[in-house]
Ligand binder design. Structure first.
Ligand SMILES: [Zn+2]
Length: 247
């Protein structure tokens, strides 16, 4: 993961927000300001990153993404709880000022996320800041499919999790689906019974309304990288997942 890749991921997120809410929406305006500032400050951020401790250097972009994802999801959480006017949107660009002013801005990065990034070796170093909080962001997939590269001087690496596996885990699996996960019936079988009209058709994806929701991702907690419905491999808030739960 480098600055350019991170910028691309943030741009994709901005696009998604613009598609979901429209380019005039306050959330898009705030998020777009973040992406613009990130693009402008690439070289400053790169310099900042190079001066960090190797582990912090390695985790820099992951942390920035996590912090951004947390801001997004806390706003969504607030929206889902409020029935009145739209809560004010987070200032996503604040992090750049904090970095410039050498204030602390880093969120904790969970072991689960590190494992998803195939850098679980770092967790064996016993760094206290690597423990703790679980990943919660609407953008699990934003960081989940990334790999870290280019930094090898961070201790003795343990063997990475099975390379070449096409399995992707939904780190934002909602507990409401645990019954489905424990149920032995295979997603494939369920899809067959849909074809036999024994079950209603699959629900449409919230993020890619032309496609179906990915049953395996949401109800079984994981799927394949090359799934046809991979666009739907994103975190749903409880309310958004409720129709699938009813289904
Ligand atoms: Zn899938």
């Amino acid at each position: 993961m480098d600055g350019t890749e991170a910028l691309d991921q943030f741009k994709r997120m901005a696009l998604l927000i613009s598609v979901l809410f429209g380019p005039g929406h306050v959330l898009f305006i705030a998020y777009d300001a973040f992406v613009l500032r990130l693009a402008q400050e690439q070289s400053q951020l790169h310099r900042y990153q190079q001066n960090l401790h190797p582990i912090d250097r390695l985790l820099f972009w992951v942390r920035l993404m996590k912090r951004n994802a947390l801001q997004l999801s806390s706003w969504f959480e607030e929206v889902s709880l409020s029935s009145g006017p739209l809560p004010s949107v987070r200032d996503f660009t604040k992090v750049f000022d904090q970095i410039r002013d050498e204030e602390s801005w880093e969120p904790k990065v969970s072991t689960a996320l590190l494992e998803a990034l195939k850098i679980s070796a770092l967790t064996s170093l016993g760094q206290p800041f690597l423990a703790g909080s679980s990943l919660s962001g609407i953008t699990g997939s934003m960081t989940g499919d990334s790999t870290i590269s280019g930094e090898t001087s961070v201790g003795t690496p343990r063997p990475a999790p099975a390379e070449g596996s096409d399995r992707v885990t939904n780190v934002d699996f909602l507990p409401m689906f645990i019954k489905f996960k424990q149920d032995r019936s295979k997603t494939q079988e369920i899809c067959k019974s849909i074809l036999r009209n024994e079950k209603p058709p699959l629900l449409k994806s919230k993020v890619s309304p032309a496609d179906d929701m990915c049953l395996a991702w949401h109800t079984k907690g994981g799927c394949n990288k090359n799934c046809n419905l991979h666009k739907d491999h994103v975190k749903y808030m409880k309310a958004a997942a409720e129709p699938l739960h009813q289904w």
